[in-house]
Design a protein around this ligand. Structure first.
Ligand SMILES: Cc1ncc(COP(=O)(O)O)c(C=O)c1O
Length: 379
């Protein structure tokens, strides 16, 4: 029996050498040479107005919430079907999350349901580009423009992915990327803030540096730095940046390999989708995704659980996620759980993610596809 893990972290081979160079340089805090290399590479890949490396995508979202002056009483519209970081950054500022449903084909926010959620207190929309497939950003940005709202993109899963040739996270006012170990390009725990509104760049640097104007001190513009704004410890150490710099060298290769693997699964499984055995994601042709996730919708929770078990018995690790945020204990505490979001609720119980990583082999993928056929032939 083969054993197929859900994920295998990619290693370029240069990570240790970079970390040694960082150690030899004697400079290990944030703002070193490797951090600059990473930011230049992220800028080149995304064409954002500014890219600030951060300790995580969560930190980048915290910075975004501060930059948008989110405060108690404000409302922020986010999809319920997402990771907790999307909501916490706003909840931490005292804002009320307003949860929106998602679409079954992409698990992205349903843009047709956003306008009905807008009230005089709405301050921002935070779309999440699930699986590195772009949300309908033209429609979302138009709603935001008409209602004078900020757009804060959660592009945690979206590095090297594009919507109509624009990198995810560079279409709204601010966007955030994740380089967490579970992502396509990694540094353990790391992220980046993409700033697209030029007026926010200076303040973003201050907030990242614990609310100080240290960057001006480093640039020789002032002789002492001081507390000037809100902020926290959001800048990554040079060791993390050194690791990430090695990964960014191979980011295109890692993405190409994942996309190849994603396309292979799709080609092997599309007849089962067409025959109504399950539903695969439907990626709009103007979205160049990064193959972060390959999921199928098994239609009922019972079939999903039986399939998960069937795959496990064959050594295949498949996973599902997220508990819709409006159904979580914290949503009850914050008084924002009293909504019915049928797609998020159903998909959380019926979707299953297949193993996908840059080094997955054809043989491994064939084995997964055979196990799926085996299961669905009997359905
Ligand atoms: C949609 C989404 N948002 C935010 C995050 C948080 O990223 P990080 O772990 O880098 O803070 C993740 C990570 O899993 C994510 O998938």
């Amino acid at each position: 029996m083969m054993k197929i893990p859900f994920n295998k972290i990619p290693i370029s081979g240069n990570e240790l050498n970079n970390i040694r160079l960082a150690m030899e340089s004697g400079y290990l805090q944030g703002g070193g040479a490797f951090m600059k290399v990473c930011e230049e590479k992220i800028l080149a890949a995304t064409s954002a107005k500014a890219a600030l490396l951060t300790t995580s995508c969560t930190s980048a979202q915290d910075i975004s919430a501060i930059l948008c002056d989110i405060k108690p009483g404000d409302e922020v519209i986010i999809p319920s079907y997402t990771f907790v970081s999307t909501v916490n950054s706003f909840a931490l500022r005292g804002a009320k999350p307003v949860f929106c449903d998602v679409k079954p084909e992409t698990l992205n926010i349903d843009e047709s349901k956003i306008e009905e959620l807008i009230t005089p207190r709405t301050k921002a929309i935070s779309p999440v580009h699930y699986a590195g497939v772009g949300c309908e950003m033209d429609a979302i940005c138009e709603i935001a423009r008409k209602n004078n709202l900020r757009v804060i993109e959660d592009a945690a899963q979206g590095f090297m992915a594009y919507y109509k040739n624009r990198h995810l996270g560079t279409i709204g006012d601010l966007g955030s990327l994740s380089f967490h170990s579970t992502k396509n390009v990694i540094a353990g725990e790391c992220g980046a803030l993409l700033v697209n509104d030029p007026e926010l760049i200076e303040r973003a640097n201050i907030v990242r540096e614990k609310g100080t104007n240290r960057i001006q001190f480093v640039q020789g513009k002032i002789d002492k730095y001081t507390w000037v704004d809100y902020g926290s410890s959001y800048i990554p150490s040079e060791i993390i940046s050194a690791f990430l710099a090695a990964q960014l060298e191979i980011a295109k290769d890692l993405t190409d390999k994942r996309v190849e693997a994603w396309n292979y699964y799709y080609a092997q499984l599309k007849d089962l989708d067409a025959n109504g055995k399950f539903a695969l994601a439907k990626v709009p042709e103007y979205c160049r995704h990064n193959a972060h996730i390959f999921f199928l919708d098994a239609f009922t929770p019972e079939r999903k659980s039986a399939l998960e078990k069937h795959l496990k018995e064959r050594g295949i690790s498949a996973m599902s996620h997220y508990a819709p945020l409006h159904s979580c204990p914290m949503a009850k505490k914050l008084g924002c759980s009293d909504v019915s979001l049928p797609v998020a609720e159903r998909m959380a119980a019926t979707m299953l993610r297949l193993p996908i990583f840059s080094a997955i082999t054809r043989q491994e993928q064939d084995y997964v596809c055979e196990a799926l056929r085996d299961f669905f032939d009997k359905q």
